[in-house]
Ligand binder design. Sequence first.
Ligand SMILES: Cc1cc2nc3c(=O)[nH]c(=O)nc-3n(C[C@H](O)[C@H](O)[C@H](O)COP(=O)(O)OP(=O)(O)OC[C@H]3O[C@@H](n4cnc5c(N)ncnc54)[C@H](O)[C@@H]3O)c2cc1C
Length: 416
Amino acid sequence: MSGAGRVHIIGAGLGGLSAAVRLTEAGRQVTLYEAGAQAGGRCRSYVDEVLGCRIDNGNHLLLSGNNRALAYLATIGAGDSLAGPQGAVFPFFDLMTNERWTVRPNRGPLPYWLLDPRRRVLDSRLGDYPSALKLAFAKPTDTVAALFAAKPLLYRRFWAPLAVSVLNTQPNEAAARLLWPVLRETFGRGAAYCRPLIAAEGLSESFVYPALAWLQARGGEIRFGARARTIRYDHSRATSIRLTGETIELGPHDQVVVAVPPTVAATLVPGITVPTEFRGILNAHFRLGVTAPEVSILGVVGGATEWIFRHGDLVSVTISAAEKLLGYNGAGLASLIWHEVARALKLDGDTMPPWRIIKEKRATFAQTPEQIKLRPPTQTAWRNLVLAGDYIDNGLPVTIEGTIRNGEAAARVLLR
Ligand SMILES: Cc1cc2nc3c(=O)[nH]c(=O)nc-3n(C[C@H](O)[C@H](O)[C@H](O)COP(=O)(O)OP(=O)(O)OC[C@H]3O[C@@H](n4cnc5c(N)ncnc54)[C@H](O)[C@@H]3O)c2cc1C
């Protein structure tokens, strides 16, 4: 593209990578500056020395209706790198009652699965479900508990686990409004759009390494250990980026994408508002030494464990909005979680396999009505600088899908 300058992208998480991919596709030259030694940010995999295998920093669940995430994977040549159960099946186990059930939406948008008690939440009634439509009309101040706690069974077995896992915020403070677009685009369109998916090999193997290779093959530059310290501005545009030990002067047509977490963005870009509260996610990994024939996902209610992923010879557990547990030591947490896992998967609870606990203390910002008001838009006061990343305002929860949409939105604004 003649006359177009280089795009300097600060941060090589999925926000920066997805912006880089779309800009490169449109013919722009990009340089990514990543403070760390590797890309992927909060969505990456690595070899764990205790377990002796690759694990993800946190289990990441996608749904087959996450269309921009799937489009991103297709572009970078990793379209077949996700795995999951054969269909849209969500088995659950209740630790308090020892009961099991499987939620199984049908094909197509008409939810006739709700007519079949064997396909819906155990002991729930058909009349419990129309209340889902309250989400479409939720006020900005409504929490998930305010809308649904009046029907305690469905709340405990469906709305609360859904809210805490999608919004990483306890349902009594989670903004209900963010759930509606997720339900509409996945469960609301039928089974083909709500099949659960995880990275088959690892998050980096799906979302990060193929993107880096794709960008480099097209002239994209990636600089690791390159932490942006400050950005200088004149009255209308960003003019330079200061890294540790080096300053990048921006040419008249150069542009910038700031794709770092919100607290860092606030130090680089004056005058923006950003969310200020965060919630942690706890992951427990157990290496069983016995390989499962296929990927399976189990929802758990009535205990600490929320989701169990079984993949290869690993069993991995996710607990979102886990502030109450983050202060406990790893061994205590591993033992508590293993006993729940053993019951849920009918394994021998007395013999705990090798384990690893990972605490991501600032996994996402707290998706409360107050905090979502602080999400900034993509565009800034500077005409050659835009924002990307999961916290940018798009009406969606903080997920891979939302992050990729924000990266693409940043690219679109710069290409205009
Ligand atoms: C444990 C966990 C579980 C999750 N589970 C799910 C899930 O199940 N499903 C789902 O869809 N989403 C999930 N998410 C959310 C998803 O991972 C994030 O929303 C997404 O990865 C955020 O990407 P990002 O690019 O906005 O930010 P980041 O990944 O934080 O990337 C920002 C990058 O900027 C770099 N950086 C920071 N400061 C500077 C600087 N000054 N200069 C240069 N570089 C800098 C960082 O090193 C980092 O690489 C989960 C997140 C976590 C942590």
